[in-house]
Design a protein around this ligand. Structure first.
Ligand SMILES: [Zn+2]
Ligand SMILES: [Zn+2]
Length: 330
């Protein structure tokens, strides 16, 4: 922007720079900092993440209501589904197809989870599959310990960077690039919507006992933080605790409890063995709520071409000899 630009344009440019400073793509040049520094936490850029946790303490002042709790729980279910069904099974693994408009709608909802944009997420996840539990895996508990694998890795300089060479298939969609660059916008929209909803309910349904601040704390802050930590368990706990049906050469595990909490992602050893299928629960008794929901979407015509599990993979998994019990780090 030249110094001769109108004042308003210069102001818009500085707002743009400030906003994009927090986004995944804007820091691609910062990967040039030295290797030791790359694995340290970037505390300045971690501030919104930390503040969101602190904001949950607002519940001390705003209190509880069933309607605020219900909205928080509903938004947790919606967003954890969008993370598993779309950020993971669609954008990272392309295990089904959908239309461009529905792809954007689900990407936008996913981005309200404040787990950055779909391309940042998919790029890092594809890297994880390539390097599972090797020294290059950014969130391997074996390599980096529990805390770093759970919630430290994405706050490092390297974690903020988007390895966009892993998402060349998606980089041609400008609307997805926009979401990644301005990934703070959808969470802010959701936060404002929660505040507005609380104000409306306070005015028109005072018997529900809620208000704008309470709805903001429950519907956005608590719900988002809960969605965070449930998602992160797949990187941390599902690489340490559970059964290993398949010898995948990494530490991935199948864990029933995590499968319930994450709507199906807990069948993580299955997934590492055969990530090209839309299903993560391979057998009828492995509950996979995301898969059931995706089946419902398919019956409505919203998605199609869901990739199945090959019979030889199912057969291999049935052999008792391939099942080994693990209860900790290998
Ligand atoms: Zn994994
Ligand atoms: Zn995966």
């Amino acid at each position: 922007m030249s110094s001769g630009s109108p004042w308003i344009m210069r102001r818009l440019q500085s707002v743009y720079s400030a906003a994009s400073c927090w986004s995944g793509l804007a820091v691609r040049n910062r990967i040039e900092i030295d290797a030791d520094e790359q694995d340290r936490i970037d505390w300045i850029r971690a501030i919104p993440y930390i503040l969101l946790h602190v904001a949950c303490l607002g519940v001390i002042w705003t209190g509880f209501s069933w309607v605020a709790f219900g909205v928080a729980f509903g938004l947790y279910l919606l967003r954890i589904f969008t993370i598993t069904g779309f950020y993971h099974r669609y954008f990272s693994h392309r295990t089904f197809k959908t239309s461009r408009w529905f792809q954007f709608v689900m990407a936008f909802i996913g981005t309200t989870s404040a787990q950055r944009g779909p391309l940042w997420w998919a790029a890092h996840h594809r890297h994880h599959h390539n390097e599972s539990d090797t020294e290059h895996d950014l969130h391997s508990p074996r390599q980096r310990g529990f805390l770093k694998s759970h919630c430290g890795w994405f706050l490092t300089h390297r974690g903020f960077h988007t390895p966009s060479q892993y998402t060349r298939d998606w980089n041609r969609f400008p609307e997805l690039l926009w979401l990644d660059r301005f990934c703070l916008i959808p969470p802010i929209v959701l936060g404002l919507a929660m505040f507005g909803l609380g104000a409306l309910l306070e005015a028109f349904a005072p018997g529900l006992g809620t208000g704008p601040w309470q709805m903001l704390v429950w519907g956005f802050c608590i719900s988002t933080v809960f969605t965070y930590h449930v998602t992160y368990t797949i990187n941390s706990l599902a690489h340490q605790y559970g059964k290993q049906r398949f010898d995948t050469g990494d530490d991935s595990r199948n864990n029933f409890l995590l499968a319930i909490l994450t709507l199906g992602e807990g069948w993580h050893n299955n997934h590492h063995h055969y990530p090209a299928t839309v299903r993560q629960g391979f057998y009828w008794y492995e509950i996979d709520l995301t898969w059931y929901t995706l089946l419902g979407m398919r019956s409505c015509g919203l998605i199609w071409d869901m990739k199945k599990i090959p019979e030889h993979v199912l057969e291999r998994g049935r052999r008792p000899a391939s099942t080994t019990e693990h209860s900790g780090k290998s």
